[in-house]
Design a protein around this ligand. Sequence first.
Ligand code: B12
Ligand code: SF4
Length: 500
Amino acid sequence: MKDNGKKKSDLFLIYPCNHRRWPLLPNSVLALMDPLMKAGFSPKIVDTAVEDYRSFDYREAICIGISALTDQSILQGIEVARYIKNRYPKIPIVWGGHHPTVLPEQTIRSPVADIVCRNEGELTFPELVERMADHQLIDDVPGITWKDCHGKVFHNPDRDLIEMDSVSLYPYHLLDLKKYPVIHERFPYQSSRGCPCRCRFCSFDVLKRWRAKSHSKMVDEIGWVMETFHPQDIEMADDNFFVSKKRVRDFCEGVVNKGLSFRWSANCRFDYFSEYEDDFIELLKESGCYLLCFGGESGSDRILDYLDKKLNRQQILESVGKAKRHHLQIQISFMCGFPDETQEDILATLSLLDEIRRIYPSVEINGFFIYTPYPGSALFDEVQKFGFRPQKSLEEWGRFDPNLDHSTRTTPWILKKERTFLETISAMVRFEFLLKKYQEMSNLQKRAWFFNSVFIVKLFDLFNLFFKTSYKVRWKRRWFNFPLEWKTWTFMRDRFLGRV
Ligand code: B12
Ligand code: SF4
């Protein structure tokens, strides 16, 4: 508590629109808890996926913080903000996270935003809350955008990025952990932030300089996580885990030398992996690495260059061969629908998929996603020349769903016939991936999904058989028109599984 007993110390951190069925840990706001508590405040997390935001008493709050990505979390955030504004108009609403960071001006223009915290919140937010609790001016707090009572907007200078060794494990015990089974399944551990690459589709403005935790801190922290939560595996929640090969090598040796035993997965790049020596890959495996996820993006070198991916088709194939030799599971995702993409480019990607499956049949092709322009990415500005009109307000961005919104609005340059073609391939590739995941489930798990009915499981198997057959025939002939069955499948997937 603060030394002056009269000062308010309560504040709420809203994590809106998480997955209701499989709630993810609200890491964005969890990261702010320790710094706020160390500064003497009593923050509370409200995760709208697992609790009703209306059941909290906000009366005494210094402010409300809302976290947002560029997706429907914004709509839920706005709903909460309106609820607060209607009842307690004097409580300031602070928005933070990737979306407000890349579009601070537009966010602050919303009537339900008073302050935007740009980039990392660990230092900025406690300083800001301290000022508000003391009724002091905020005009020199670095890293915020704010507006005065006349609506005039001010962008304070950026704050320096923090070093990762100053970031401790989050205080998970503050959550009602029963509501987050993921903590015992795939535990997300962030060992670095940022990325030195500049792929043009990636929201890199928010990535900035790459910073990482030291290998010894990683080993200690993951050891603690394993002892405390016993997760099935650790998922490195980094954009680019492998920037420093030395750090990864030291980490793996640390794990092996300490005799720790756990499975882990991470994102990697094909240009890195194609250069890795056999002993390094074996060390990865020895330390528990069981899955690496790659962005293959395209089978056309021309498109890979256009995306500034610093990668070529040959490196993808070499890496796939290497992973197969080492029996290391890999997952690859692809994209399509760029303004400059031709039919030949698409066919090159399809033939790459065939080659990959031939080299390493158990590779997981995670998806063939239609490109989504994200604010903060280099392509975001360029695609406006091709008719893309970005959403104009925070509210409009809330109606933007990166997975479901393959509308003419996000990619207006794709002609109707081409769109059908791409949507069909996209649905088919995703079907294959999800089917694989479904087949990996135990009979018990399958039955639990289908109301414990063996009959429904059998019916679903028949349903899958039909789609598998359609897949085979269509893929072989590269015939993706009149896809009535795939439209039905997409409709049902979106309706019953939501964002998978
Ligand atoms: C791990 C990860 C995932 C995981 C798990 C996410 C989870 N919740 O556990 C999975 C695989 C599920 C995933 C999925 C997706 N992801 Co993702 N993911 C990440 C990644 C690599 C790390 C996220 C993380 O754990 N961050 C750790 C926390 C502590 O950082 P943070 O959220 O940035 O929060 C800090 C600040 O932003 C700020 N802050 C945040 N909220 C608030 C609130 C207040 C009030 C304040 C003051 C400050 C503040 O303070 C925090 C501490 O510094 C990020 C990239 C990144 N570096 O963050 C991409 C990233 C968030 N994902 C991204 C995308 C696009 C997606 C998908 C849409 C992909 C897809 N097409 O399906 C989905 C949808 C996810 C969803 N709606 O939840 C984009 C988002 C771009 C954008 N503008 O919104 C990112 C930024 C990657 C990128 N560079 O493009 N993702
Ligand atoms: S796509 Fe991956 S490698 Fe490329 S800039 Fe984004 S995080 Fe870095």
